[in-house]
Design a protein around this ligand. Sequence first.
Ligand code: 4AD
Ligand code: MG
Length: 460
Amino acid sequence: MKFKRVTDLLRTEAADQTVEVRGWVRTRRGNKQIAFIAVNDGSVIHSIQVVAEMAKFPEELIKRVTTGACIRATGKLVASQGSGQAVEIQAETIEILGDADESYPLQKKGHTLEFLREIAHLRPRTNTFGAVFRLRHHMAFAIHQYFNDRGFYYLHSPIITGSDAEGAGEMFQVTTLDLQHLPKLPDGSINFKEDFFGKSTNLTVSGQLEGELAATALGNIYTFGPTFRAENSNTPRHLAEFWMIEPEMAFYDIRDNQDLAEDFLKYLVRYALEHGRDDIEFLAKTYDDQLIPRLQMVVDHPFERLTYTTAIEILKNSGKKFEFPVNWGTDLQKEHENFLVDHFKRPVILTDYPKDIKAFYMKVNEDGKTVRAMDILFPWIGEIIGGSQREERLEVLQNRMREMHVPESELWWYLDTRKFGTCVHAGFGLGFERLMLFVTGMTNIRDVIPFPRTPKNAEF
Ligand code: 4AD
Ligand code: MG
């Protein structure tokens, strides 16, 4: 007999047919006559109830049906007597596939998210992380669906790179050199010619520059892969290893870029509400009753679009005392971003930032002071997307690189796109875990990725 997943069993009409379930025991309760066993197999937030008449089974066997044990049960699928589920299984056979002794750390009582982080290897077995990781899957799938439906090609940008795409220098080095005995040049510096790639290499912080190479050939592309940043920021919104989605579009200007980003985010949130409804409802009920209204708000309202300069005026005129002073030319802090989102009561797209606080590749505006940057700010999250129209003019780009001390010799291949058939183009990067924070309502980014990497933390 083929076993069925719990999600299918729960949707099966009770017609007295014999079924088999395999999964992990969440709870067992009951009395001398009868045991109620909740079995979950991860296919859905809900467990299926297996009802065992004690007289039918050896007592020793039922004792081994403990929280965390893996079991196989067969029996008739019948309409449930109890409330809370439509169907249940009247057990005919029960087999223990794997015992779990009393040291199993996930007992019935609720555990804190902090504690669960310490047992990240087992936390997928909780309702919360089952819900989060199923939603993570739905979102990853929806991203590919969205782009595929619109004729974008999925580009695999490299993970090991010789360049620093953001020019921010917060990179993890990749080397096979013996750190105890580094080969040196006469001037004392390290001789990277002896390293694996014959040059100094790092883990990528972004696939954008390679994405631009492909966009100026294939038209519209997107990347979706892991990125790495060695910034020492221990915040609930930063990871050292996170996933990023970076679409790049030939012939898109900054307006087209905003339209796509807004449509994309709305699609993803709508998709989550449709395909992950049970899990979202569980998370809303357990952690945050504002979760669904907040998701709905993103779907229902057009995003507010304004320039950085206007945003600075609004912040200055607000009369609010911010911890960090508001000045044209400095980067916005979390408190400023939150104020703007609260002010408009919807997501905000900020554009045209001062060029000095943005990356070298952004297109310079006619004013010579601002660039065609675009950040999308979400409630509580702050920046969820960062992007821009790209500087497609070779000389302007070279000037910007000189100004910002980005060595041309390392990026000669990038500059070639501007030498050979350059064109207007634009793109953006969506932080996948920031999206997951928003969709799940979790408040710490460590709780939306299976195995978080943060400063001083790479267990599991
Ligand atoms: O704004 P960022 O640095 O932009 C880029 O990397 C561009 N190359 C994107 C592009 O135009 N193709 O990062 C993009 C997004 C941020 O808006 C944020 O959502 C996320 O990536 N992000 C992080 N997420 C988790 N942990 C971190 N340390 C992150 N740093 C950025
Ligand atoms: Mg950014």
